[in-house]
Design a protein around this ligand. Sequence first.
Ligand code: PMP
Length: 760
Amino acid sequence: MLALRTSAPAFSAAEAERIARDDYGIGVAASPLSGERDCNLRLQCADGRQFVLKIVDDELDPGAAARLVAVLTHLAEISPELPVSRLIPTQTGDALVKIRRDGAVYSAVLMSFLSGEHLHGTAQALQLRQIGATLALTTRALQGYFPASLQQPLAWDPRQLPQLIQYAGDLQPVQARAAVESVAQTLKHSLPTLRGFRSQAIHGDCHPRNLLFSPNGGGVCGVLDFGDMMHAPLIFEPAIAMAELLMEGLATLTSVGAILQTFAQSQRLEANEVGALFDLIAARHASTLLISAWRTRHDRSGAAALDSSAAGAWNSLAALLGEGRESLTAHWQAAACTVPVARGAGAVNLQRRHRLLGAGAELFYEKPLHIVRGEGVWLYDADGRAHLDVYNNVPHVGHGHPAVVAAIARQSAALATHTRYLHPGILDYAEELMQGLPPGLDACIFVNSGSEANDVAWRLAKMASGHEGALIMDHAYHGITDAVGALTPGSGQPAAPWVVALAPPTDGALTGPQLLQAEAGAKNAIGSLKQRGVAPAAWFIDSALTSSGIFDPARQWGSAIERTVRAAGGLVVADEVQFGLGRAGSHFWSFERRGLRPDIITLGKPVGNGYPMGIVIAGRDLIESFQRKFGFFSTFGGNAVAAAAGSAVLRVLREEKLQANALTTGEYLRARLAEVASRHEQLLETRGCGLLQGLTVGGADSNAARSNARRIVNRLAAEHRILIGTEGPGANVLKMRPPMSFGPQHADQLAAALDAVASA
Ligand code: PMP
């Protein structure tokens, strides 16, 4: 049975004054203070000091005084800045006094008096933010506190609502009864979820009468009454405070979110916790109505103590339910920063984007998406809809991976600066990254993007070879700097005379004549360079041949070209920006799958899982000659945060066995795509491997093929919320390159949707 009854022991001012004199050695004038279950008296000394004497009935509330002593002792030790009463020991050094009167036993505790004002009238945003900050401080201070007494069930705990519902018969009006019953039902269903939330000791009753404000606007100067503490999900603390402010009419549904804003600044909240707020706040309303109904019948003075909140509870609950879970949750998620702030649909309109970024700033899809959050393989738009991400490789180990986010946050909080100080992070990362690379690839240069990495690689190759010419694959993409733009034929830069492109191979095993043809192609290209007066400094190769159309030729293809380039004095630069870090499935480094022994490796996009990073790996001799010659330095390259992000990515890849997943899910995906393609005339051939797959789309001519591919991509996005892209010189290759945690269930979802779209 939950304790619903209230009744405070009655002690007179004279009795309190006697206790103060006999046990504490202070002369005071006592006056009564309010209290639901305890007798509280304010003690005023002649010298101006003030105290509170709290007297508890040991039989009615066994152990309550000892619990109060324990928590106040804990808080004084852990969080001296928290504005709570301090214990005053007796003359003999005891924390509490036992009082026997008329055969009953009471405990008295003396505490410092906190002076301040209660909230009155509508709380200002600043005050709500101050409450949030105080709740965060309180929960932080209580984090490791766990006395056994916290396990006692408490009527006010929202999780007890299903027990209280037996009193719903007394509720008026009838709509209130129906609403309370439905709130209790919903809460009951969410109990298992709540059990999974991070939990700890909380104050549990931060209603406005338990908070004191300093009169000059200086914030909360008193947190009173730790008598309703519970071990509960952390989110209960703001939930209860928000509910109480609403019921008292001191805050509105729109304003009350300000509490979350500051609470979440020091007690980071998770989206699912904020997602539970609506039901918890509703539950607190329902509990108040039920307890008040019970007390009206059985405990009139107890009911009176609840008057101010109970009177407003039904209207407040009706307003809450009327506003609805979805809009309030979205509002609160934004306040708690569990989703980036969405600034209304109009704020992201196209004209504004064009005006500020130029009309040519690329956008995906006919109906561009306003994405606000990512998690794993999912992206969420501003309306909360989930989209399956089969496109993005920057979030290599999954969007918002908590291990990477935590590593970045931790390191940003500790140190984020440039790279001219000693720091072990980048060394640990470099060591781990280069483990398993062939000998001779043993030093790193850190930059901030794939383009920069390729730019540096180009300079290294020219310096090492003494040559000026470049070989690339047809329709290659290597980045945006002036030099690398020349290695990127689609960049719009005029074709540079020192660059020659090789035709891409076909997918899979190659015949002898095809290999000879590849070798002859490389020889011809080198010949063309020679005619223009240059020799090859390097062959740049993205091992997935992504922008060339996505191909997965046998190793002999790569070796054959590499031999030819080396014979002409050129280096091999393996651009791992697309395909590195296990995406190929079969290999961690995709150049291995291509049969290459590169002199230089470049890395970008996936290495930081969204934190901008670029890396060049080469031989130490080469890098040191370059440093001697050019004195290279990049401000952010290899900073401590980048190192933390990079290390976390490698750790997650290993722990979650994501390369193995890329292999098995990649094979499964390819099989599913092939099966769908076999049913549709316009779907032609599957390409690629691991989690970088292509599917070519046909049409009457290349224009028709391109528009068919575009239509499929747009319809998958608009009708199935599945995000893929197009690729290749003809833009008719469907490109699928999801985060590495993409599983067979996602492949099934994609295949089914593709089947539907192709049928349409
Ligand atoms: N190389 C390859 C193979 C790429 O795909 C890209 C980016 N798409 C780059 C280099 C350039 O990387 P970034 O955009 O980080 O400069």
